[in-house]
Design a protein around this ligand. Structure first.
Ligand code: HEC
Length: 147
């Protein structure tokens, strides 16, 4: 018996080549990773997950949300006057510069937020400047780095 047949093997090998070139996920697609905590509404969950809608951490200097998405966040933080003290794991290894830019642009322009877009070049800069980090940012650390 000839199994798997040569033509079947050839077909399976050729299959990935027939798929479209990998494209960057859109901001909305990347944001699907964030909704479990920050919710599709961007409102978070009182006492547990801070809101992105109307958050000064999202709409201030573009480097801040980029740094937080790349490396995560931990420790006490005040968002829209309410205190949180949790941990967000880093996302920098999971998404490309373009994808991080897309999700940061997304959260800066949804739910009434009106802040400037992030570019892949912005993300590359923050990645390079923070590449020595191995722990999530505290609020104080990210503010010191990008006042
Ligand atoms: C498992 C839950 C969880 C997921 C998933 C998650 N976060 Fe967070 N995020 C948190 C928590 C908790 C904090 C606050 C950490 C602290 O208390 O210091 C936070 C903080 C933030 C902040 C700064 C505070 C604020 O509310 O503005 C931003 C910006 C942010 N997250 C963006 C994102 C983005 C974008 C994604 C998806 C790529 C994401 N998060 C996914 C839990 C999560």
């Amino acid at each position: 018996m000839r199994f798997p047949s040569a033509s079947l093997v050839a077909l399976l090998c050729a299959f990935p080549l027939a798929l479209p070139a990998q494209r960057a996920k859109t901001g909305a697609e990347v944001y699907a990773t964030c909704t479990a905590c920050h919710m599709p509404t961007g409102l978070g969950l009182a006492g547990a997950f801070p809101p992105l809608a109307g958050s000064e951490w999202v709409t201030g200097r573009v480097e801040v949300p980029i740094a937080l998405v790349l490396h995560g966040m931990q420790g006490e933080v005040t968002v829209k006057g309410a205190k949180y003290n949790g941990v967000m794991t880093p996302w920098g290894a999971m998404f490309s510069d373009q994808e991080v830019a897309n999700v940061v642009t997304y959260i800066r322009s949804q739910w009434g937020n009106k802040a400037s877009a992030a570019t892949a070049a912005d993300v590359a800069k923050v990645r390079a400047a923070t590449k020595a980090r191995s722990t999530p940012f505290t609020a104080a650390e990210v503010k010191k780095l990008y006042p």
